[in-house]
Each structure stands twice: as C-alpha cells, then as structure tokens.
Write a protein that binds this ligand. Structure first.
Ligand code: ADP
Ligand code: MG
Length: 242
C-alpha cells in the first residue's frame, strides 16, 4: 500500500526518491540546496554521491537518512513511503536499519571504544551475551581489539573513525550512510577508511558515501555527481575491478 506505485522493482530497492526539493530560507535570501532529485539505490550497492562544497551532499545525506524531510518530493526507504510518517515512526523505521558515519567522528568521550560500539546494541535491546559476541567479532574484524579499553581522546583520528565504522556495522544495518568520513584524515587514513567501507559493502551492506574527493568517489561502483543541488551525472562502472 505504501510502496511506490510507478516504477521500482520493489524487492531489490533500498532507496527510491522522486522530485526531492529542499530550500533553506533565511531572512534575506533562500538557497536551493536540492532540486528535483530522483535517485534509486538498490540493496547491496556501493554508491558515491560526489560534488564540491555546497553542492547539497549533506542535505541529501540527512534526507536519505530520514533525519530531515524534504520540502517536497518523496523518499521511499525499503519500499515504505516516508513523507506521511510521524517522527516516532521514522525513528522506528531507522532503528537498526540505517547507520551513519560523520566527518567529525562523534564518539562519546566518556565511553571506551568497547562501550561506544556496544551502545547501539544496548539501544536495540540485545542481550549481554549477544553484545559480547557481536563486539568480539567486530573488534577482531576491524583489528581494534587492543584499543577496546581506550577512550576516544587516546586514539588517532583514523582509530576514532574505525571505531565509528565498527559502531555503524555492529547492528548489521541495511544501509550505511557516510558523510565525508575521510574529511578529517590524511590521505593514508582516508585510503584505509575507503578500504573498510568497500569491505563493509562486500559483506552485503548497502553503502552510500558522500564526498568531495574524486579519488574517494572512484572507489565506489557507481558515482552520482551533484552540482548546485542538481544530479548532473549518475554512472555505473560495468567493469569495476577493486
Ligand atoms: P555540501 O555538503 O555538498 O557542502 P550542503 O548540503 O551542506 O552541501 O549545502 C548545500 C547548500 O545549502 C549550500 O549552499 C549551503 O550553504 C546551504 N545550506 C546548508 N545548510 C544550510 C542551513 N542550515 N541554512 C542555510 N543554508 C544552508
Ligand atoms: Mg557537507
């Protein structure tokens, strides 16, 4: 009943948007941040949304992440129409299904690496034993076991962002959105984060990476180019070799 009536092959669709518009209004002027955005993202895709500063990436990140509503247009997430949902319903829809990675690592300073990664599992009411198992797996997989008792301010930026990736994937979400996750790292650190996101995608998670770096966008299988709020190109790499 809530699925898109027109176009999507429903079973395989993660995100489907139609004619998204978002405008920021201040006293003196308004900015068209997104103009008629039509995007379809399938399950298990690794998509980069690329564009210079001000092109609308963070606005789109917030809207696809169901944190902000567009002024008009529609977002379907896993075939569910979202414009008519209340905040609480949106929270429930996001819960455990969408994870976010930000440029400014946003770990909780007072919690250890272990506790930071455990937090979403507590929120989702995992039992203690399940949390322990999930943590043990993810710490091993991301090679940060030896950092688990440390606090964020004892870590490098790269280690903090790896912890954020661990926290994002530990709940096994359907969709991972990353807004400029390497923006605070040097090129070496950035490469490592991109490799991790590629691994995460290969494990079956849908990944959407928002970036102003062409080199980072290159790592994705599909690049949607934004400019001044418009999608200017949307290209898939057929012969993609990692
Ligand atoms: P990007 O992430 O690509 O840098 P943004 O989505 O942050 O792009 O911004 C898109 C446009 O919207 C820019 O022109 C920006 O200045 C404007 N903008 C973003 N957030 C706000 C806001 N809260 N109020 C007013 N203008 C905004
Ligand atoms: Mg941004």
């Amino acid at each position: 009943m809530f699925a898109c009536e027109h176009c999507c092959t429903k079973m395989n669709k993660m995100i489907h948007t139609r004619d998204l518009i978002k405008r920021y209004k201040t006293d003196n002027y308004s900015t068209d941040a997104l103009i008629n955005i039509n995007i379809d993202i399938n399950k298990e895709e690794f998509v980069a949304v690329a564009g210079p500063a001000g092109s609308g990436k963070t606005t789109l990140f917030n809207i696809l992440g169901l944190m902000v509503k567009p002024d008009s247009g529609e977002v379907w997430f896993l075939d569910k129409k979202t414009s008519n949902l209340w905040d609480k319903e949106l929270t429930n829809l996001r819960k455990g299904k969408i994870s976010y990675i930000f440029r400014h690592f946003n770990l909780i300073d007072e919690l250890t690496v272990y506790q930071n990664i455990e937090l979403p599992l507590i929120y989702l009411k995992y039992k203690k034993k399940e949390r322990k198992e999930a943590l043990s797996q993810i710490l091993k997989k991301l090679k940060i076991e030896h950092k688990k008792e440390m606090f964020p301010n004892q870590l490098t930026g790269l280690q903090q962002q790896i912890t954020c990736i661990a926290r994002a994937v530990v709940t096994k979400p359907s969709l991972i959105l990353a807004d400029d996750p390497a923006g605070n790292l040097n090129s070496e650190g950035g490469r490592e984060i991109l490799e991790l996101l590629t691994d995460v995608n290969e494990d079956g998670h849908t990944v959407v990476l928002f970036t102003s770096s062409a080199a980072e966008a290159e790592k994705a299988r599909r690049v949607i180019q934004l400019f001044d709020g418009h999608v200017v190109t949307d290209a898939k790499k057929d012969n993609f070799i990692i």
